[in-house]
Design a protein around this ligand. Structure first.
Ligand SMILES: *Cc1c(COP(=O)(O)O)cnc(C)c1O
Length: 451
């Protein structure tokens, strides 16, 4: 069977480009969308797609063991297998957060641990597609010298890793002093040209647009729809991991909003091709310090005002002018979506409480967890609902956030769940006293459900 996909203008069905052409905008200046030959995909019945995807899941047959490339026909059929740049991304665990769920009042709570991935965040899902297409373009003779992106830390880590795996030079633009040490050292280690600019993410985005204007440097930001195609597998995977049953809610933190749009795209594609017969509702969770979508949501998406994002511990979503705003709003409308926000206090406490039940939540996951708690408290998410939270990065990338929380030095936060180390002389009596005190505390504060 022959499958095909291309870039399409959203306002003109006749305006199309091959995926291997260097093009980001339509003639009218809008973003391009990847479109698939849905008639060809429909030739294969839904049950056969499920069987095929299940057969490939987490195996080693190149390149289908990757959670992304196991669904190659739906993602990017135009790349030949030898040009695929994959590090077996996707296929991350879906974790039943039983104790945390009990504490906050939903028994059927699941966390999709997307941070358990090669570069420690879900950005790997989209980057494998983009870098593979560039490798294909170079093989076809396109004079591309390098791939560049602006980043709040995780996109640059993913681009640098996949570029290094492919042998393609990469250039990353970072807001100086606004990303974690772990995120900064990743592209450095992978040999990228790392440009730390005295501005914020939105300022870096402006520069990278200009640098990539002449087409010899390819733009890897998520305004490039190739990224969205890979990222959309997150929703498909969640449903597949529930044996093709649809949860009631999927909650995702949002900054530039490409991933919110991608989540919806994957779900709608499954629906259109008959793999599922109902859709989950989605929640986009924003940091209160970077909440332009939330503000627009409050006025029914009637108008959109970019804002200057304030400092937030959820640094990967500290974005005031999201590139994929329109795409995300469309998905929120199609999936009966909700937008919620979380303050610094709320996101830090939610992450700390989750950690106490065995998770290790990054601040963005903290935003999603805090938004969920608010929606449960308001009765919008029901106690009997099956809820999935997308954990977008590994907590280990944000050690400073964790350390500051437990030292009670995090900005705008009082650390009610701090657990600082107890420093003692090497003296058995002092040690016994410390243990006794802690055990007494446990007995008077049993770690039981707080519903
Ligand atoms: C990129 C990112 C997000 C948000 O994704 P957007 O597409 O920018 O909305 C959330 N969490 C983490 C850890 C990220 O790296």
């Amino acid at each position: 069977m022959q499958f095909n996909a291309w870039f399409a203008a959203q306002d003109n069905p006749d305006e199309r480009y091959p995926l291997t052409e260097v093009v980001y905008y339509s003639q009218s200046g809008g973003l391009l969308q990847v479109e698939h030959d849905m008639d060809a995909l429909r030739q294969r019945p839904a049950d056969e797609w499920k069987r095929l995807f299940d057969r490939r899941w987490m195996r080693t047959e190149w390149p289908y063991g990757s959670g992304v490339w196991g669904k190659k026909e739906w993602i990017c059929p135009t790349v030949s297998d030898e040009n695929i740049v994959s590090m077996f991304e996707g296929g991350t665990n879906l974790f039943w957060a039983e104790r945390f769920g009990q504490q906050i009042g939903v028994a059927d709570l699941w966390i999709k641990l997307c941070g358990n991935s090669h570069t420690g965040s879900f950005k790997d899902l989209g980057m494998t597609v983009l870098v593979s297409v560039v490798k294909q373009m170079i093989a076809n003779g396109k004079p591309i010298q390098a791939i560049a992106c602006a980043s709040t830390g995780d996109t640059s880590a993913a681009l640098a890793a996949y570029g290094a795996a492919a042998g393609i030079p990469t250039i990353v633009f970072l807001p100086r002093g606004k990303i974690s040490v772990a995120q900064l050292v990743q592209p450095i280690a992978h040999g990228a040209l790392v440009l730390a600019l005295d501005t914020d993410f939105d300022g870096c985005m402006e520069i990278v647009r200009q640098v990539t204007a002449d087409n010899s440097i390819y733009l890897a930001n998520s305004l490039n729809s190739l990224r969205i195609e890979g990222q959309k597998t997150v929703g498909i995977e969640i449903v597949q991991q529930f044996d093709w049953e649809v949860p009631d809610w999927i909650i995702i933190p949002g900054g530039n909003l490409g991933n919110t749009a991608a989540l919806g795209r994957g779900l709608l594609m499954m629906h259109e091709l008959g793999l599922i017969t109902r859709l989950p509702r989605i929640v986009c969770a924003q940091a209160q310090h970077a909440n332009p979508l939330y503000r627009a949501y409050l006025n029914g998406f009637d108008n959109f005002e970019p804002i200057k994002a304030q400092t937030t511990a959820a640094s990967a979503i500290q974005i005031g002018n999201p590139v994929s705003y329109n795409r995300a709003v469309q998905m929120l409308k199609d999936l009966d979506g909700v937008v919620e926000q979380a303050s610094e206090q709320e996101l830090a406490d939610a992450a700390a409480r989750a950690d106490r039940t065995g998770l290790y939540a990054c601040p963005h996951t903290g935003v999603a967890l805090a938004a969920m708690i608010k929606l449960i408290d308001r009765g919008i998410i029901q106690q009997s609902d099956r809820v999935v939270v997308i954990s977008t990065a590994h907590g280990l990338k944000f050690s400073n956030f964790k350390v500051s929380y437990h030292e009670n030095t995090l900005r705008d936060v009082v650390s009610s769940y701090a657990n600082p180390p107890v420093e003692l002389p090497p003296d058995i009596d002092a040690v016994r006293r410390a243990i006794d005190e802690r055990m007494k505390h446990f007995q008077s504060h049993p770690p039981a459900p707080i519903t």
